[in-house]
Design a protein around this ligand. Sequence first.
Ligand code: NOJ
Length: 569
Amino acid sequence: MTAERAWWKEAVVYQIYPQSFNDSDGDGVGDLQGIIERLDYVADLGVDVIWLNPVYQSPQVDNGYDISDYRAIHEAYGTMADWEELLDEIHARDMRLVMDLVVNHTSDDHEWFQRSRRDEDGYRDYYIWREGDTDEDGEPVPPNNWTTGFGGSAWTDDEQVGTQYLHLFHERQPDLNWENAEVRSDIYEMIDWWLAKGIDGFRMDVINLISKPEGLPDGDPDKGWVGIEHFADGPRAQEFLEEMAAETFDNYDSMTVGECVDIDVDTAGDYVSADGPLDMVFHFEHMLLDQQEGWWTIEDWSLPELKSVMAEWQTDLDGWNTVYLGNHDQPRIVSRFGDDGEYREESAKLLATFLLTHQGTPFLFQGDEIGMTNCPWESIDEMRDADATNRVRLALESGDIEDYDEAREVVEFRSRDNARTPMQWNDSRNAGFTDGDPWIQVNPNYEDVNVAAAEAAEDSILSYYRDLIDLRSDLDVLVYGEYELLLPDHETVYAYRRTLDDPAVDVDDVLIVLNISPTATRVSVPVEAEATPLFGNELDTATESGSHDVTDAALQPYEARLYELSEQQ
Ligand code: NOJ
């Protein structure tokens, strides 16, 4: 069965982290005019949609995911007029704009929270306040054992109010009370306000956490995020999202992608099936493969496990997939799934192939198209990430670690700052990102890894991305084709086939073979068909023209190949 067509299914999305993209005014922080300056570059990539991380007014405790005014632009990024210009310029280049929607929580600076604190005009009930007990020293005891996504108790005692409020993230990000119909209608009004301004959709932050069960029961203390079984996909999450869609998105030709924590493929289907409230979700199952024992471990991920997660979503989801390997919350993809040393170029191209040839809408993160890597951090003082720094603080306080050196390896790998170092435009000071002092350190490899160098080189990662995005937009089979996993147990080769039952297309059968390893290998791919090379990062050296024997294919380290399959002569 071929999925119904939609523009957002055919789109390739490029994620811009505004703080780190391009600084136009020398204050060290990226901004909207900076993005406008670089829009031609983004358009030249061939992408269709820009997803912009939060640009709303915010004290920036969690880099904009702590919003103090949903209808204003953060001062360091510019003004509403700059934002309107950005929207126009994006549309003028035939691209679309998707904004970040953060409505599980606000900043504690938000007027709603200020009024809630003061118990003004019915606002107390906009957030989740609970009386806790006190211990023998008179200190408040949290009302339940839930923890935050950044570690530590999810409750903070508010001295002014004398009770505690729930925050599933930083203590300055209080959770909104979605049980309150006025909260919901204020949020829907705000969503509608942005849609009416002409945006093309929303990426919805931790959207499956909005419904908390009555009584806020204790969670299983052995879970990495205590309480998650209660607040992920809570009792009314589906109902709230259906209500939201009916009041807002359903009236526009927009796209929605909901970030869903701890979600499996069946539950995701409830949100994204044909009559579900969302178009797509981001799940985390492949992001957790190297941290199955929690944030503080770096485990070796195995390719068969990655394949099995991918294949399950590719084949079992009742709805449309997203395809991503990294974003502003994750390590750099080439450092995590590829090789950021000797095979940086090859593995970055292989990962591009992975992203652009699965079934689902690909989400590319800024800088991956030039193979940006994790950053060598001099010290924890260089880090800005509220998550990593909070976890280190808690571990030091609890005595789990004696000093930072004990945490260094994990923190340097996992810190979200790895994805947030400035975009590397050229080899001038600060990688051409800013004339001032950057808010976060620039990766020292910018002298080699930068856009200008990629533009000047032949066969760069950048040109590979451009060509492959082009190919994807030409080949319906890469968008709408069915997915079939081959060689599920192979330790280093990931092979899959995409087929489209549509007599109108020229290419309806494609084989993708990825050698995700630093070792050359020979592999026999079980397809009975003529295989003609279509695209790849080693084609010149590894194949002759014409058809190719994939039953005995020699693959170079991190080699990626696409073949067109046709009936054997
Ligand atoms: C997910 C966002 O991607 C992340 O950056 C943020 O810290 C949390 N949600 C809380 O909003």
